[in-house]
Design a protein around this ligand. Sequence first.
Ligand code: CO
Length: 194
Amino acid sequence: MGPTNIVQAGDPVLRTAANPVTEFGTPELRELVSTMIRVMQEAPGVGLAAPQIGVPLRVIVLEDEEGRMARLSKKQRDARERVPFGAIAFINPTLELLGDEQMTFFEGCLSVAGWAALVPRARTVRVTGFDVEGREVEWEVSGWPARILQHEVDHINGTLYIDKMLSRTFCAASELTGRWADSTPDEVRKALGA
Ligand code: CO
């Protein structure tokens, strides 16, 4: 397959609740998931939802590894609870927020290219869903993977992080990697009046 374009904000597919997958173990579903993983890795990103490649289905993929957290210091990784994990897909996922602890960090989206903002998210979640073969899968997790899961499940419900961000912290990616690279979320909030 050739390059797959990532849909950008403004396309209604990103603002529409996606449809459940009804048939598992099909060549089409396997192809969709492998395409999504490839697009996520090439971007690169740590998550992708099917609507982001124009497919209105409730399918998400996520993955994190050293290369995708390279610009963060050890301290920043620890604060985010950012740990490597291999590519994983959830089909028809259901997300449950556990506890009332929230974490606020910068978040971006491949469909809002070039921007980032601070977004409060639950620290811990439990996701249940299915793999491509229709087997039940469940993951209870805290930290960065929990943030990715919330972001991707929002996508299949037609929600983008910009709906939940601290809007005064919306900033160009160049500001995030330049001006705010070594700042804590609290310092950014103070400076930007959020
Ligand atoms: Co996104």
